[in-house]
Design a binder for this molecule. Sequence first.
Ligand SMILES: [Zn+2]
Length: 530
Amino acid sequence: MKSVELLDTTLRDGAQSEGISFSVHDKLAIVETLDALGIPLIEAGNPGSNPKDMDFFRAVRALKLAHARIAAFGATRKPGTSVADDAQVQSLAGANASVLVIFGKSWNLHVTEVLKTTLAENVSMIRDTIAFAKTRAERVIYDAEHFYDGWLANRAYALQTVEAAAEAGADTIGLCDTNGGTFPETIGEATADVVKHLRGRAAVGIHTHDDSGLAVANALAAVRAGATHVQGTLAGFGERCGNANLSTILANLQLKAGYACIPADCLPNLTAATRRVAEISNIVLPDGMPYVGTKAFTHKAGMHMDGVRKCSTAFEHVPPESVGGARRFLISEIAGRSAVLERIRRVEPSVQKNDKMVDALVKQLKQLEQAGYQFEGADGSFDLLVRKALGTYQPHFTLEHYQIIGERPARTEQQGSAAIVKISVAGCTEITTAEGDGPVNALDRSLRKALERFYPSLTNMRLSDFKVRVLDGNRATEAKVRVLIESTDGRDIWSTVGVSTDMIEASWLALVDSIEYWLIRNEGPKVGRA
Ligand SMILES: [Zn+2]
């Protein structure tokens, strides 16, 4: 089996994404996640650029990594200086990283118009910096910035820059589509040109961005043309429209193109690892993300469900379990009886096709949908509905009452509301108060505080998304609202729903379902001890 080496740059290029700010702790958690997935190279920042990055390099050395090596990232020396006098280049050595990635200019326009130096000086800058890096690290990668734009503008010069890097000792030349505007045909042609030109003196790599929606296609085109090293970010995070999505690339290469990227037994961890990186980054992954999104193996049309049950390849390009995903059948009026039966069997496999409870549940489902519920995106609530219909549902707690207090103007932004919650668990009552950023947040915090005494595992779950939809909008304040809550424990994601004319009440119903769903799966159906 041919192999392709992956370099994840979530900590460097990914950190340049809007809305991302990693602490040292976040970075270490991402390193551990990527390492467990079997990613061989992890690019971190420049140790000289800020003290936080230096702290990271110091701390990462203490981690015991099974697969990954950490790479430090920096630029070629400044024009008109020597590497010895260039603080940025010297600081790279301070990272003590066994792999150094040096980026430089390969597009003549950048050399003369941005760097304001000569084409010859830029080639010397590449040569000097790579040669220095080679004395400080086992492995040196030259990232040829804007390579493809440069290749189109001045092919001879672009090739001269990578030639200089290879001569100076670079082990791998990463060809970058920095602006993300190149088409796969050009990527293929230019990459093949470099492979031919270098004649094996250095490996060829690819680094793409998604500005034209082609980052994955472009990376695959480069591999087809002879690239053996692919750079990207596991969840596709990165500047502007993002970097090449490594989760998609590695699944494509490994499952469909016959390349080994990570150890075969790590591939089923792909979905969990990608979601974990998103979780640490505090970014919600698109539901429709290839292979790892929550909708990746979701079926709604009755005909598709029927087809996939008979033969999974009828409507699935790969088996969901190959990447650690799960097939989902959406429950709605149009799904029909067989989809409902399928979902019931996930809770209780012994239920027969002609069981009366199936019809009763289908009927109840229709009534609830009429009342404004939607279970399509609320698998957690549907699971509980099935347990109630089976008679196996035992609530872990009961509500005595709750009260919400709003304070205007709020003293601080986070504490404009407070909630008092009184619950009972197996005869013990608990009253708690908590403040929150709005009434629902206060209610959530207060309820958790009350329950954590009985169920300490609840600290592992949290709400990750909250959507409110006003139904029947023409009756204004009389209208019902549907609240959809998404919760996560960092591994799994589940959704629950509540409907009421009162927004707080609808939120409460969805909140209780979310917590009950977690407790059933993590504490079993028993009632906890006080
Ligand atoms: Zn980039």
